[in-house]
Each structure stands twice: as C-alpha cells, then as structure tokens.
Design a protein around this ligand. Structure first.
Ligand code: SAM
Length: 287
C-alpha cells in the first residue's frame, strides 16, 4: 500500500446477529480493521487500497449473503481525525483474570497478579476488541510458552508478541506484518510495554515466507484470515515441519475446511477454542 495514512470508513447498519458474519465476509474481501457497535459495524480500509471496483465487490458480497442489503455509508477519514475518534472508543478489555489489554493512558486497576498490556492501537487490529485476538490470548495463557521460539505472523499491534513475553517466554520473538503502519505501531507498542528482544519486520506472509522462517521456530502464531492461512500452511509445513501453529481468524463455518487441510498436511488438532462465530485451533505436526 502507499504511504497515505488516510482511511475509508464504511458504516454498515446491521442487526446485532449480522455483525460477526459481516466481519467474516469483509475479512474475506481483505478488510482487516473493524469496530463493532450495537447496531452497526465500522470497517476501515486504507485509502490507497480503495476503489470503485473494491466498493462494488464489497456491496455484491454483502447483498449476496445479507438480505436485504444493509445500508452502507462511505466516509473519507483524514489521519488526524480518525485517530482521536478511534482511541476515544476503546475501553480496557479483560481477556481473563490473568491478562488485560488497556488503551494507553486510560485508567485501569488490574486485579492482583493480572498482566496488563498497554496498546496504542493506531488502527491496527489487535486491540482485544475482536474475538480472534481474545481467542489467541486465551489459548496462549493455557500453554507453557517459556522455552518456545515464537513467530507471530500478522502481528498487527504486536499484542501477541508482547503477551508471549509477559507470559514468560525467554527467547527472541519475531513479529511480521505486511502493513507498514501496523509494523510501525507494533514497534511502538513493544517499546511502550518494555517488552525486550522482540523484533518487528514488515514482511509478507506469502511473498517472504522463506525469510520469515529463516530461524528455527517452535510455535507460529497466525491470526490472519482464511485466505492467507490457506495459502501459507503448505509452505509452513514444508519449511518449518516441526512447528506447532496457533491459528485464528477462522469462522466456525470454516471448521470443516480447516480440519481437512490440517489433516491433509499431516497436522493433528491439539485443541480448539470458540467465541461467537470464531474459532482458534492449535495444530501440531502429527509426525
Ligand atoms: C486479524 S489481524 C491480527 C492482529 C494481531 N496478531 C491480533 O491477534 O490481534 C491480521 C493482521 O495480519 C496482517 N496481514 C494480513 N495479510 C498478511 C500477509 N499476507 N502477510 C503479513 N501480514 C498480513 C494484517 O495487516 C493484520 O495486521
């Protein structure tokens, strides 16, 4: 994408039960940033990636699935405007008694022993406001991360890298994202959280996988989307055959597809967590 930090904001009026499926549809069209409200969904697309044909693709996808087609309004958001608006909405999120995500400079009193991650979101996905992030974090909490060499593909705000460090991981962590703004934001969040030994690179999971997997890895965190997961899993199996993969960004309707591809590639499923219409699965190499 270009360097413009302006965004297109789509406001889609929806019934509450339509919000999660709509996120799934838009995620399938490559939209990465959402804000859920009670009766509407706000979706954000970098201005350089916006075009009439993108608009038509999104409209026809929505009208094919959600009848009647929900009203959509399109607004151009200059960088300076949206940042303040976006941040004003965010409230602390308690992932669990052990982990909370707090917007920078917001008051929050943690429970005893609760780990607090401070995120300055700048539009990157990973504020804890989405089920796919919460599922990843809840899964990570149940795992012994201490001695694993971890790679985070599609790092967004860097929240998963920071969480891994704060949950006791002792090795260098690599986070990658193909969005330059996300990578920049992740670096800032890593610094703000005093999370040491985390490197954030702007790399594409599909084009740069060889470089991303240049060092041995035990656990890959992949909260991306179905299409990217579909394309990178075979190459991951090939290049990092021993690594486990914690996958998120998959809708429950796609669970049969996910099970099939994991089986075909020789992975077994070590567990699956669900929230709303989303799931997260830990895939383990079967041999
Ligand atoms: C659903 S967000 C997840 C963010 C964060 N890891 C979390 O769990 O909240 C997906 C991220 O993947 C990035 N992404 C999408 N396609 C990618 C690709 N091909 N290569 C690298 N990153 C990608 C997006 O820019 C976005 O930041």
């Amino acid at each position: 994408m270009g360097r413009s930090n302006d965004y297109i904001e789509l406001t889609i009026a929806l019934q509450p039960e339509q919000i999660e499926p709509c996120i799934g549809l838009l995620a399938g069209e490559g939209v990465e940033y959402f804000q859920e409200e009670p009766r509407r969904l706000l979706a954000y697309i970098p201005e350089p990636e916006w075009s009439e044909s993108r608009k038509e693709a999104i409209s026809s996808r929505l009208s094919a699935t959600l009848a009647p087609q929900p009203p959509i309004t399109v607004r151009h958001m200059a960088d300076r405007n949206w940042n303040a608006e976006w941040e004003a909405h965010l409230q602390p999120i308690e992932i669990s008694d052990r982990l909370a995500i707090v917007q920078k400079n917001k008051d929050f009193k943690p429970k005893p022993g609760q780990i607090v991650i401070e995120i300055n979101p700048k539009m990157s996905f990973g504020t804890g406001y989405h089920a796919t992030t919460r599922l990843m974090l809840r899964f990570m909490e149940t795992m012994d991360l201490k001695d694993l060499r971890i790679l985070d593909i599609g790092t967004g705000t860097g929240v998963l890298c920071i969480a891994a460090r704060k949950l006791g991981n002792i090795h260098p962590i690599l986070g990658v994202d193909n969005n330059d703004w996300a990578a920049e934001n992740a670096r800032e969040n890593v610094t703000e959280n005093n999370a040491d030994n985390i490197r954030i690179d702007m790399l594409d999971a599909e084009d740069d996988l060889q470089e991303i997997l240049r060092s041995p890895v035990d656990l890959i965190l992949a909260n991306i989307n179905k299409n990217v997961i579909d394309r990178i899993l075979p190459a991951i199996r090939n290049r990092a055959p021993q690594s486990r993969i914690l996958i998120s960004g998959i809708m429950i309707y796609d669970e049969p597809w996910l099970k099939k591809i994991l089986k075909k590639l020789g992975y077994s499923t070590a567990g699956t967590l669900y929230e709303d219409e989303w799931l997260s699965t830990l895939a383990e190499p079967a041999s």
